[in-house]
Design a protein around this ligand. Structure first.
Ligand SMILES: NC(=O)c1ccc[n+]([C@@H]2O[C@H](COP(=O)([O-])OP(=O)(O)OC[C@H]3O[C@@H](n4cnc5c(N)ncnc54)[C@H](OP(=O)(O)O)[C@@H]3O)[C@@H](O)[C@H]2O)c1
Length: 343
């Protein structure tokens, strides 16, 4: 029968609520009912939940969850399947999961909690050899990088790729996936420790944007040809520079606008180099669209994860109750890779 939790699942759980929009101190532990899995969903007993920059934006009141989604923050978890919702023909696959299976899932919200529900198309098995903490750090960044770099940006083996914010959760993923795909990889990051981390992960050259000019340095390294694909979370004054650095037929994919969304560009350069400027957000996509990304990531990236060719970079783990501290760490921008909450 729908929406009845098994006796093994408690009725209430600890979750992290956003008391009101504002600073990290607004993230507070609270008692909430354990959510019941709806049709086509599983209930996950959360072992670890990834922290992402969009959670910070949500806490500040600048990134509302899509309609009908939990108000709790948290876009990705790993744990074990605790209950199955009723089968649903449009999202088949509930019956492929069993209580006790190790699962990692992309969520539209609700991950900062002891239990979370996820539509089955957004669930994948924990890659063999990876811990729950590592698995929880995968969905949001790996799905985002896959769909933007390889689907929208159409990065091909042998092409060149630049990621801005190379030391971020997104950046450390993008460097590794682009490198594993056979691309030549460049990055930008602030400071020498971050620069070194990006180069250790596989970037041929990471430009310290605080003291160096990425257009000049990467332009010279590419012999004036420019780069084929850029993944940009910065926007603002970077946009015109990206256009300057892109090669003929180059593609720039926008996933955030840390330096502002409104820019002035030279459309003549766009025409002369036949460039593509595009972008996307993951959270607003339908379950079917996220499921399609999940299947491609499973097919292409899971073998790399299980072979140890790529690995989520974990900077810090903190207990769930310390979510506020996790956001402070993220906003200080001192981290390299991912911050993960453990339950
Ligand atoms: N579109 C989507 O679907 C989607 C999905 C997930 C994430 N995102 C976005 O992707 C970005 C990265 O997410 P994340 O979770 O990986 O966050 P994160 O680890 O906190 O990374 C943010 C990075 O931005 C860099 N940065 C901050 N301000 C900057 C500036 N003014 N100029 C240049 N670099 C700057 C920081 O590095 P430095 O210290 O080197 O400056 C930091 O590494 C976020 O903006 C997030 O909102 C988008």
């Amino acid at each position: 029968m729908a929406n009845v939790l098994p006796k093994t699942v408690p009725k209430t759980m600890t979750a992290i609520e956003i008391k009101q929009f504002g600073g990290p101190e607004q993230l507070v532990p609270a008692t909430r009912p354990v959510p019941a899995p709806g049709p086509g969903e599983v209930l996950i007993e959360v072992a670890a939940a990834g922290v992402n920059r969009p959670d910070v934006l949500q806490r500040q009141g600048n990134y509302a969850p899509p309609p009908g989604v939990s108000d709790l923050p948290g876009l990705e978890v790993a744990g074990v399947v605790a209950a199955l919702g009723p089968a649903l023909s449009k999202w088949p696959g509930v019956s492929e999961w069993k209580v006790g299976d190790r699962v990692t899932a992309l969520l539209a919200g609700g991950g900062y909690a002891e239990y979370a529900t996820a539509p089955v198309p957004q669930c994948l098995p924990v890659p063999k050899g990876l811990s729950m903490v590592e698995a929880a750090a995968i969905p949001e960044t790996f799905f985002t990088v896959w769909t933007n770099v390889f689907e929208r940006g159409r990065l091909q083996p042998g092409e060149s790729f630049l990621i801005h914010g190379g030391s971020s959760g997104i950046g450390t993923t993008a460097i590794q996936l682009a490198k594993a795909s056979g691309a030549r990889v460049f990055a930008t990051a602030g400071g020498s420790a971050k620069r070194k981390a990006c180069e250790d992960l596989g970037a041929e050259r990471c430009v310290d944007y605080r003291s160096e000019d990425f257009v000049k340095i990467i332009g010279d390294l590419m012999g004036g040809k420019g780069v084929d694909v850029i993944l940009d979370m910065v926007g603002g004054d970077y946009t015109a520079k990206n256009i300057q650095l892109l090669a003929m037929e180059g593609r720039s994919v926008q996933i955030a606008t840390l330096r502002g969304p409104k820019v002035e560009i030279n459309l003549a350069q766009l025409m002369m180099k036949r460039l593509t400027l595009t972008g996307s957000t993951l959270r607003a996509r339908s379950v079917e669209q996220k499921g399609a990304v999940a299947r491609e990531v499973y097919r292409n990236v899971w073998p790399w994860l299980e072979a140890g060719k790529v690995k989520p970079v974990i900077c810090k783990t903190l207990p769930l109750k310390d979510a506020a501290e996790a956001h402070r760490v993220m906003e200080s921008s001192g981290h390299i890779g991912k911050i993960v909450l453990t339950v």
